[in-house]
Design a protein around this ligand. Structure first.
Ligand code: C2E
Ligand code: MG
Ligand code: MG
Length: 559
């Protein structure tokens, strides 16, 4: 049969134009794309067979896809062509003629060959696009979505005005490098994958909920708001099998930032910024394992950044001041000591330590500040001694961040000795500790200070976890009982008092002096005296005082 050249050219153009817009071999518009050329070449059926195995297994695993159907096919008369497209893939196209139609002419068969060639090209292109998409949107190690996919998906939901149905969560697995060290990277990846798979079980079947890997042990997830609580609990700690036998399990925990997405969120980057911000607060700045993003958090983070940026210069400019809070002997109300407390004088404002010390503790910058304080206290004591004043013992707070510094004891001694201050005038306050590692460091430092005639005090006693061990095993000079024991709560009005009484009695029996912090009222004073505690520090006597005012207190001592 003769083919009209113009019609053929038009049909090919139409075919190419429509193929251009298809998303792949499974696009339902495939049929329409082939329609014109199909009817011109009298085609009844085009079948594609994809083999995912080497050629010699062709017949075993092939699966047929119908690309085009128009009328009844004569199953005996067909044109067949196959092409090996890679070491693992083979494709074959079978083109069937219409039943009862005269056979294809030689010219028509040549055109069919051109058509299949074009189908091969199209198929190759769509596979490359799929591969490119895979590389773009998937994490290659875990074979789950990546951050780019998360953003694409979130952008789609934003454009559909549906994003506020969702919560985003950015989490990172705690101490996962330890897991990798124990079981190896390969197993580590499997454990990570099992964790993600178990997390998926909390989702509905919808493809709109997902966990995407950002990199390393960092993930970002998107799910319906009603799943937020369950996900939070899961991330607080879930047991994952380490081996195939499911015998050994390991507890995986994560720090997580959540964002209950609001309508005002206009871009996917906003979402990522907000959850990762909440995550870094969870990881570094709080004891909480989960933190929710909100406006106050933003302010909080701003404050932190400001402190971190200003600190080095402020230290250099000596903007930090030592305030001295008197410690008082309750039998005669005499000054028997003082605690050095830090204040930051910044642009006519006095900033209290609660605003900057927790921030500095994140970066070990606190260590520099503690030594600055010790240095200034020693400088003051030296000056007072040189002026012939009567001087009391001053306690200096030492953050736990110093543990791990093997030169800590020497650094302290050098600072004190540099100013030629007799050791009896210095006391070091340390807070309770919770882990074994820091307990060992704490022990070393307390024994070391004792051996050099420097007193040590447990600060905020009763607020940590290991109080009794701590007191039994280390030779403290002083227990500073936390001010919370003076609080009277409505639910248990007597409980704190009973505990306070027993802590005082216990320390007396152990031969350790105790002092109560936060003594605010005459009633507190009376109660302490009744319980045989005669040392107190608190607003009832003095607030932390600037140096010149504290010097007046020292004057009174002499009188
Ligand atoms: P801390 O060492 O337990 O210090 C006692 C805190 O209780 C001080 O707060 C003090 O002002 C406050 N206080 C004293 N008497 C009363 C009272 O009667 N009622 C109440 N409500 N509070 C009272 P401040 O000065 O704000 O210091 C807070 C914390 O900051 C300190 O707690 C200490 O942990 C830390 N800090 C202060 N200066 C330094 C420093 O130079 N280095 C380190 N590492 N930490 C410091
Ligand atoms: Mg203290
Ligand atoms: Mg304290």
């Amino acid at each position: 049969m003769e083919l009209n050249a113009t019609q053929y050219a038009e049909a090919i153009d139409d075919f190419l134009l429509k193929m251009e817009k298809l998303s792949g071999e499974d696009d339902p518009n495939y049929q329409t794309a082939i329609e014109k050329i199909g009817s011109l070449l009298r085609i009844a059926l085009i079948k594609a067979t994809f083999y995912m195995t080497p050629e010699n297994e062709l017949n075993k695993t092939g699966e047929d896809f119908c690309l085009y159907q128009n009328g009844t096919a004569d199953m005996q008369r067909f044109y067949y062509q196959r092409e090996i497209t890679s070491s693992r893939n083979t494709i074959a196209y079978s083109i069937y003629q219409k039943a009862d139609d005269p056979d294809w002419s030689q010219a028509e068969r040549e055109k069919l060959q051109v058509l299949t060639k074009m189908l091969f090209v199209y198929n190759g292109r769509s596979r490359i696009m799929k591969l490119a998409e895979y590389l773009l949107f998937y994490d290659r190690d875990l074979k789950i979505y990546n951050l780019t996919y998360f953003k694409k998906h979130a952008e789609e939901l934003i454009s559909q005005n549906r994003i506020s149905e969702f919560t985003a969560c950015y989490f990172d697995l705690d101490h996962f490098s330890n897991v990798n060290q124990q079981v190896g990277i390969e197993r580590g990846n499997q454990i990570m994958f099992s964790f993600v798979r178990q997390l998926y079980e909390l989702f509905s079947d919808s493809e709109e909920e997902m966990v995407c890997r950002v990199g390393g042990d960092n993930f970002i997830a998107l799910f319906y708001k009603e799943h937020t609580d369950a996900i939070r609990k899961f991330l607080e700690g879930t047991e994952i099998s380490v081996d195939d036998s499911m015998q050994t399990k390991i507890l995986i925990t994560a720090s997580a930032g959540f964002y209950l997405i609001s309508d005002d969120c206009r871009t996917a980057s906003d979402i990522v910024d907000r959850v990762s911000m909440a995550n870094s607060v969870a990881k570094d700045l709080t004891a909480e394992s989960a933190v929710f993003y909100n406006e106050a958090l933003l302010q909080h983070i701003n404050d932190i950044t400001v402190v971190q940026n200003l600190f080095p210069k402020a230290l250099q400019n000596e903007e930090f001041l030592v305030y001295y809070q008197p410690k008082v002997y309750l039998k005669n109300y005499e000054l028997i000591g003082a605690e050095a407390l830090c204040r930051w004088q910044h642009e006519d404002e006095i900033i209290p330590p609660g605003k900057f010390i927790p921030v500095l503790e994140q970066s070990k910058a606190i260590c520099a500040l503690d030594f600055y304080m010790l240095d200034h206290v020693c400088r003051d004591i030296r000056k007072w001694l040189d002026e012939g004043r009567k001087v009391v013992k001053v306690s200096v707070n030492l953050s736990r961040c110093h543990f791990g510094n093997i030169n800590l004891l020497n650094d302290i001694l050098n600072t004190i000795d540099r100013h030629n201050v007799p050791h009896q005038y210095i006391e070091i306050e340390l807070t309770e500790t919770t882990t074994d590692v820091s307990f060992k460091d704490l022990k070393d430092i307390v024994f070391g200070l004792q051996a050099n005639g420097i007193s040590t005090a447990v600060d905020d006693f009763g607020t940590g976890y290991s109080s009794l061990n701590l007191v039994r095993e280390l030779p403290w000079n002083m227990i500073k009982i936390d001010k919370s024991f003076l609080d009277e709560t409505e639910s248990a009005p007597q409980q704190n008092r009973v505990m306070l009484k027993h802590i005082i009695a216990m320390s007396q029996e152990m031969g350790i002096t105790s002092i109560v912090e936060g003594v605010e009222t005459i009633e507190h004073v009376k109660m302490l005296k009744e319980n045989n505690c005669f040392l107190a520090q608190g607003f009832c006597f003095d607030r932390p005082l600037p140096k010149n005012i504290f010097e007046n207190r020292l004057e009174q001592l002499m009188a």
